[in-house]
Design a protein around this ligand. Structure first.
Ligand code: DGI
Ligand code: FE
Ligand code: FE
Length: 187
């Protein structure tokens, strides 16, 4: 079953992306063990989180349109953001994943969302810290993820938002809502 998914995934998003996805899967499994999350769900969500990360933008837009996904103004400006919501549809209809918790974790893996579930947080942070990631500051977040999941998610959100601000990019409202919620949670 896993081998079939990996083969299919390699055909649609390429070997490099699959390697990253396997890193996210392994990290998500480790975190699920620590934080009492369903390991099988973490495994599938980690493996499939980037299943719609197509390199061809026109193909991405066409597929989003075919699935009837409504694109907001931030997504239209930063088409990168579409692979989350589109990924949830692709996972459902192409990989036969029916579990809504897995589909939501895939949907919101890039932006996060208000009231993230433990599975959402695990996939979000695994994407950020998987062994293939090597940007400045990743080590600190990686260590924190295994000690305090909420704080590591907040740290990753802060870093991502800072990075986006430096680049002059738009911040998606789900990203803001996710961070606001995490801050209030920690009070
Ligand atoms: O798909 P990956 O590359 O593995 O990682 P990802 O799904 O987290 O996507 C990463 C990109 O998404 C990264 O360049 C930052 C960007 N991003 C995350 N939140 C926002 C965002 N971009 C915009 N414009 N607005 C956001 O709120
Ligand atoms: Fe992604
Ligand atoms: Fe990813």
């Amino acid at each position: 079953m896993i081998d079939t998914i990996i083969m299919k995934l390699t055909n649609s998003i390429g070997e490099k992306r699959v390697k990253h996805s396997l890193g996210v899967m392994e990290t998500a499994i480790s975190l699920a063990e620590i934080y009492n999350c369903d390991i099988e769900k973490a495994k599938i969500a980690g493996l499939l989180h980037d299943c719609a990360k197509y390199s061809d933008e026109s193909y991405l837009l066409k597929r989003a349109n075919d699935f009837g996904i409504i694109l907001d103004n931030v997504m239209l400006e930063n088409t990168q953001l579409i692979h989350g919501p589109l990924g949830a549809k692709v996972a459902k209809y192409e990989y036969d994943i029916l579990d809504e918790e897995i589909l939501d974790a895939i949907h919101f893996h890039t932006t996060g969302r208000i009231k993230m579930t433990t599975l959402d947080k695990i996939i979000y942070i695994s994407d950020y810290i998987e062994p293939g990631r090597s940007f400045p500051g990743v080590e600190e977040t990686r260590e924190l993820a295994f000690k305090n999941l909420d704080r590591s998610v907040k740290m990753a959100m802060d870093n991502t938002i800072k990075f986006l601000v430096e680049q002059g990019k738009l911040i998606h409202l789900d990203t803001i809502r996710a961070r606001n919620y995490m801050i209030l949670l920690d009070k």
